[in-house]
Design a protein around this ligand. Sequence first.
Ligand SMILES: *Cc1c(COP(=O)(O)O)cnc(C)c1O
Length: 365
Amino acid sequence: MRQGLAADYAASMSFSPRARVHLQNIVANWRTIAALIPESEAGAVVKANAYGHGVAPVASALYEAGCRTFFVAYVEEGAELRTAIGEDASILAFNGAEPSDADLARANNITPVLNALPAIKDWLALMDVPDYAVHIDTGMNRLGVRMEDVAELKALTDGQPPVHILSHLVDSDDRSRAINAKQLERFRQAASNFPQALKSFANTGGCLMGQDYGFDVARPGIGLYGGGPPLPEGVFLKPGMTLEAPILTVQTVQPGETVGYGATYTFDTPRTLATVALGYGDGFPRSASNKGMASLGGITCPIVGRVSMDLITIDVTQARDLAKPGAFAQFIGAEVLLEEQARRAGTVGYELVTGLGHRVRRIYD
Ligand SMILES: *Cc1c(COP(=O)(O)O)cnc(C)c1O
């Protein structure tokens, strides 16, 4: 029964989707981004399990390559991260910390990014105050000390100033927006009050805007994984993962037939279909129904009908010779770019990769 199956598929003994995570591509992307801000240190954002790629392998590969500042959302994520990297690397946790998190932060040498004056007051009231960072809100109106409160922040923290000051761009996806330069100006102004602190401003999109946005430490996330805004001329990023699903069955349908739940797609010519093991139960969005695509040997195979929980059907008519049970169709990778698939599904690369569930086996190469 296994005859004709790809060797790696037979070895896995499982008709399940997989994400081949390309650690060397992630490291190469980190270096590419670092080269855009040569006077700054390039950190790495590895929150949400390194955007679904696996925090321990990704962080340890980046650490080996020389990365020494890592960012997560939660102190707990930082504690998990710490086991994968050396003691000499800094870890910052964007979502802040309560005084009750102080022991975990201390034990794992994690610097929480405090996001409001009340949280900073609580932190400063701790015995033997652990290092902390402060987020300044320069326009997002989401997290951070507001510009009009910076003087109060400075006075409040005079005895034990923050070790790190950061802010976050509203629309770095669109380099033409005036808000970027406005935020940059506000950040410079706020940061000048904390001369001893490291300054950090640029996510991936900020790094693509160049050295002015780099400050001391940059915080690229999505670009490490091959996604993010359109790239400037001459800059290339590689896929962080290849998401693949094995073909379970191949069949031919006749004009007038439909496929999948709700019969949302009717064929007008005879077509060859392949049904693959991947679905919204794996985090692949249902909104890709009749819109997303796969690739089989470099040939585009559109998703036809609805994405269901465990299955997707693709039209393999053009790739009929390659469509065999056990062959893998690509849904994210060099042939189906992350942001292209995301756009088709009405979302962004961030959501697509962070949404991938536990049933998607991560394989590291
Ligand atoms: C997630 C996050 C980043 C990384 O942003 P990308 O767009 O993925 O590069 C940087 N800074 C903050 C505060 C974040 O929350």
